[in-house]
Design a protein around this ligand. Structure first.
Ligand code: PLP
Length: 386
């Protein structure tokens, strides 16, 4: 189905793309190929191109084909983590002395990678707000900027970048547009169809979807880019192992139904919080008063499962609500079937306190899971009671 499924609907691709039932056994689901090496039929006589599992492994190949089909790309690449994917990509695309534009509210680990790993190695960066196309254009250094890096929606304020507009800004300057599509997932948004050159994922989040595996991915359309990434994936070696690849692929098969339920529940949570006296503001791209609402409506199928809100009584009340929630588990990360609650100022975004990236102290971020919606609303009501 791998070829045929490129043209099928999203759900069909999610279930079938990247793998045909095993020719010897008929196994409907790809086996976990727990092997590091492969027998050769005479020197150089590789079966299906498999030589050594850092270079390629059939379980990983199935996942990579699936990811490519879901993002409407030509080639997918699976890594040990989202950050491993990002570092491999930057090493493949950039040279010391190059410059990149990064979101001014980038995922913390991504920002640390740019500031503490890539910068000392010689890659300079300028932060710019992804929601302001003119600011991104102004941050580009003609002749030096090789990559414009975007997340949309961003974390935790869910700012929206206009992928189509940002792609033309990047391309006008001779740069590539990289979109971290972790928050939306390929079900809600396909950046390559809007002009992006590379899609990045932390598959740890919605793609895996069950909070049981860490992984990352890259997807591209251009075969020249694919060749560079293939080389660096193997040369650096931060690959997804067969067990992790299998779990991630298993997760992807249900991405569409999970995302629809995440969105259904998030919409109910948004409606509930919007009418709650303890809440001063709800941040969700699906709300008409969200500054990115129009762009999100254009480029996303729905608005996702992440909801942020501010607690009227201030920081202590926000911390108390995080501690009191029971169905919402107090934890970092996002995108799993279970609902999570966190205080960005003290948790995921503690490292940006005192910088331009600081988030409001009364802010709470929810990763709305797929439990019974009424249980989620009752839990929030209890947590916010004074
Ligand atoms: C989690 C995350 C990452 C990093 O991925 P890991 O799998 O944790 O290495 C990158 N970008 C976004 C938007 C994330 O949420």
């Amino acid at each position: 189905m791998s070829e045929q499924s490129q043209k099928s609907g999203f759900e069909t691709r999610a279930i079938h793309a990247g793998y045909d039932p095993d020719p010897t056994t008929g196994a409907v689901i790809p086996p976990i190929f727990a092997t590091s090496t492969y027998k050769q039929d005479g020197v150089g006589g590789l079966r299906g191109g498999y030589e050594y599992s850092r270079s390629a492994n059939p379980t990983r190949t199935a996942l990579e084909g699936n990811l490519a089909a879901l993002e409407e790309g030509e080639r997918g690449f699976a890594f040990a983590s989202g950050l491993a994917a990002e570092h491999t990509l930057l090493t493949a695309l950039c040279r010391p002395g190059d410059h990149v534009v990064v979101p001014d509210d980038a995922y913390g680990g991504t920002y640390r990678l740019f500031a503490k790993v890539e910068e000392p190695w010689g890659l300079r960066h300028t932060p710019a707000p992804v929601s302001d196309v003119d600011a991104v254009r102004a941050a580009i250094r003609p002749g030096e900027t090789t990559v414009v890096w975007v997340e949309t929606p961003t974390n935790p304020l869910l700012n929206i970048g206009d992928i189509e507009a940002l792609a033309s800004v990047a391309h006008d300057a001779g740069a590539l547009l990289v979109v971290d599509n972790t928050f939306a997932s390929p079900y809600l948004q396909q950046p390559l169809t809007l002009g992006a050159d590379v899609v990045v994922h932390s598959t740890t989040k919605y793609a895996g979807g069950h909070s049981d595996v860490v992984g990352g991915a890259l997807v591209v359309r251009d075969l020249g880019l694919a060749e560079k990434i293939t080389f660096h994936q193997n040369a650096i070696g931060a690959v997804s192992g067969p067990f992790d690849s299998w779990l991630t692929l298993r997760g992807l098969k249900t991405l569409a139904v999970r995302m629809d339920r995440h969105c259904d529940n998030a919409e109910k949570v948004v409606e509930f919080l919007s009418g709650h006296p303890a809440v001063s503001q709800v941040v969700y791209p699906g709300l008409a008063d969200h500054p990115g609402h129009a762009v999100a409506s254009r480029q996303m199928k729905r608005y996702g499962g992440i909801v942020s809100f501010r607690v009227r009584a201030g920081e202590q009340a926000a911390l108390d609500a995080c501690a009191k929630a029971e169905v919402f588990t107090l934890a970092e990360s996002l995108g799993g079937i279970e609902s999570l609650i966190e205080h960005p100022g003290r948790m995921t975004h503690a490292s940006v306190a005192g910088t331009d990236l600081e988030v409001p102290a009364d802010l709470i971020r929810l990763s709305v899971g797929i439990e019974t919606a009424d249980d989620l609303l009752a839990d929030l009501d209890r947590a916010l009671a004074t």
